[in-house]
Design a protein around this ligand. Sequence first.
Ligand code: SF4
Ligand code: SF4
Length: 477
Amino acid sequence: MNERTEAKIFWSDQPDQLDNDCACSTASVLPAAKGREGSPLWERPPNLYLEALPERHTLVFNPFGPAGVVALNAAALAELEAFRVAQPIESDTARQLAALGLLQPQGAVQGPPQVKPELLTAWLHVTNACNLRCTYCYVNKTDEAMDEATGRAAIDAIFRSARLHRFKGVKLKYAGGEATLNFELVRTLHHYAKSLAVEHGLDFQDAVLSNGVALSNAMLDFIRDNGINLMISLDGVGAAHDAQRVFINGKGSFKIVAWSINRALIRGVRPHLSITVTGNSVDGVAKAVAFALDRDLPFNLNFYRENDYSKSQADLQAEDERLIAAMKAAFKVIEERLPQRSLISALVDRSNFGGSHTHTCGAGHNYMVVDHKGGMTRCQMEIDKPVTTVHAADPLLALQTVSSGFQNVAVDDKEGCRTCEWRYWCTGGCPLLTRRVTGRSDVKSPYCNVYKALYPELLRLEGLRLVKWREQNSLNL
Ligand code: SF4
Ligand code: SF4
C-alpha cells in the first residue's frame, strides 16, 4: 500500500455552545465541496497557516475558510500541496480538503463567512439577589426577585420573538444574581418554556448559571432529570478563587464550590466551569485549568470586563505580559494532558475557533436579556438600563434597533481588524468592553495584543490534540 492510499485528515467537531455568561457567536456551516460554475479547476489557497506536528503530521488552518484546525498526515499534505497547480478534483482526499475549505475554485476570492443564527438565546435574571460579593461583578445587587407572572410573561415574549423571527430554537439561561436563590421559579419556567417549545415545534435547551454555593442535592437532581445544563463559576483553586469570589462577610467560597462540583458529579451532573481571569486570579489560571482537566469538566476562560460596580479596576485588570504568560502556563498544563474534547473555542476569552463567523456575540441580533422586573436589554452587563419590556409586541426587534450605546458590528467594520488574519475567529472582542475602554465599539479589542500572542499557541494545542486522539477524529480516505 503506498502513502497516497493512506491519506488521513483529522479535524475538530464544532464544539457545543458554551454555557458562559454571554450569548455565544454562531459558527458557519461547512459548505459542500462543489466548484464555481464554469470553473472545473481547484487550487490551494495562498494564505494557509501550516505548522509541523508530531509523527509527520501537519497543522493546516485557513484563516478565511469555514473549518477550524485540520491535521493532515504526510500523504494528505502531499495531495494538498499538489494543488499549488490548479487541477480538477478527482480523489476522496481532495473532495474532503475542499469541503474543509483547504481547496478553493481557481481564482476564487473568499469573502466573509455566511452565518445564520438558528437559536434565539435569552438571559433570565430570575433574581437580583446574591449570596456572594465577587470583586468583578457587574450587577448592582438588591433583594428583589422575579415573580412568576413576570417570568411567564418573559417566556411568552421570548417565544413570541423567536416565532416572529423564524428561529429554529430557543436557549434560556437562568441567571442573576444567584439563580439558585429563586430555584422554584427556575423549575416553573423550565416546564413552561418546554411546553411552549413543544407547542410551537421549536428546539429547546436551557442552562442554570450558578456560583455553586447554594446548590442543593434536590436542585442537582432536578437539573439532571430534566436535561438542563449547569454552569458553575470557579476562578481558581483555593486562594486564587477566594481572592475574588467571596461571601458578604468577605470569606472565600472555594471549599463550598468544590464540594458542590463533587456532589454534582456524584449525582450524574457534569458542570461546565466558567473561569474569569482577573489581575487577582491570573497567576492561578493554570491550576484552575488542571482542576477542570482532572475531573474531565468542560470549561471556558473569560477575561475581566471593566464595569461600574467592580471593586478595584486597577487590581482586576492584568497587564498584557502577565496575562499572556499565565495563559501560556495554562496551555502547557493542557498540552501535558490533552483532553478528548476540543477546547479551542473555550480558551481565549470571546474568540470562537469552532467555525468562522463575523460577530463576537448575539447582542443586538439574537440575544435578549430580561431583568427581574420584566425590563429588557441587549446584554446582561447593561441590565440596569432596560430599553423595552416583556410586553412589547416584538421585543427582539426593539433590541435590534437600539442605536445608542455600544454597537455590535461585524468584524470587517472594526478599525484595526479589517485586515487581520484572525478576524473571522476573533471577531474583535466584546463590543461593550471596547466601547467602555476606547469610547468606540467599531475598533479592535483592548485585549488585541493578548489575543494575537495566544492564537498561534491555541492552534498548535488543537493540532496536538487532534493527532493524539486521531482515531476518534479521523477521516480515513
Ligand atoms: S481584536 Fe486584534 S486579533 Fe482580534 S480581529 Fe481585531 S485585530 Fe485581529
Ligand atoms: S456585548 Fe460583551 S458582555 Fe455583552 S453579550 Fe456581547 S460579548 Fe458578552
